[in-house]
Design a protein around this ligand. Structure first.
Ligand code: G4P
Ligand code: NA
Ligand code: NA
Length: 194
């Protein structure tokens, strides 16, 4: 997606060979106009999949998920990383290990909101090692729901998550796929169209 690639090039900061900082439009301050365009793009890519719910993980997945849900006309659920006080029973839970942060988190979703008739689109801001997506797939399987695909804003194609999820036969669509962050420079798998 050209608009996103250009935003990454102008506003993203390469922190290391493996980490891209995008807190000026996605991870802290949020650009609503860009989020709307992202929502439209995901909605058109997954228009024929019969999606009934979008499932993301708090917090940075929520903004692009909301915009996609608005266009598709379906509810957006965010898995919680901390257990809510009012929600202690009837949860689907999965553990998600972050290699980046070297910690494991329990994520949870109320059983009320996903059921066997749902076709769920997983959506997240980043795809790195794919552990968050695996945890969300685990929750969809517990609910006996169908997985309609995986929508990712920024994929780090030089890490293993994308291949691992696609190798399971799952449709993964990322709007920007980064081939390399070496030497302080962002290189996309597909170049920014002229
Ligand atoms: P994985 O799920 O693909 O295995 O990813 P990983 O454990 O590496 O990611 C842990 C957190 O770091 C996630 O955010 C993920 O979105 C984020 N992340 C991974 N690589 C990058 C990167 O290059 N740049 C940025 N900005 N973030 C990255 P989180 O802890 O769930 O935080 P939140 O922002 O959603 O609250
Ligand atoms: Na995230
Ligand atoms: Na994040």
């Amino acid at each position: 997606m050209k608009q996103l690639q250009e935003k990454i090039l102008t506003d993203g900061q390469v922190l290391s060979d493996s980490v891209l900082k995008v807190d000026s439009f996605l991870n802290h301050q949020i650009d609503p106009v860009l989020m709307q365009a992202i929502g439209e793009e995901f909605a058109s890519k997954f228009a024929d999949e019969g999606i009934t719910k979008i499932l993301t993980l708090e917090s940075s997945g929520i903004a692009p998920a909301m915009m996609t849900g608005l266009v598709l006309g379906v509810p957006v659920i965010f898995a919680r990383k901390r257990k809510s006080l009012t929600l202690i029973n009837e949860l689907y839970t999965a553990s998600v290990h972050s290699f980046t942060k070297n910690e494991t988190n329990e994520i949870s979703v109320s059983q009320k909101f996903i059921g066997k008739d749902d076709v769920v689109l997983i959506l997240d801001d980043f795809l790195a090692n794919g552990q968050a997506v695996l945890g969300l797939i685990d929750i969809i399987e517990q609910a006996d729901a169908a997985l309609g695909g995986v929508a990712i804003v920024i994929e780090k194609g030089f890490q293993s998550g994308g291949k691992m999820i696609r190798d399971r036969g799952v449709r993964v669509e990322s709007l920007a796929n980064i081939a390399s962050l070496a030497n302080g420079k962002v290189e996309f798998l597909e170049e920014v169209p002229a």
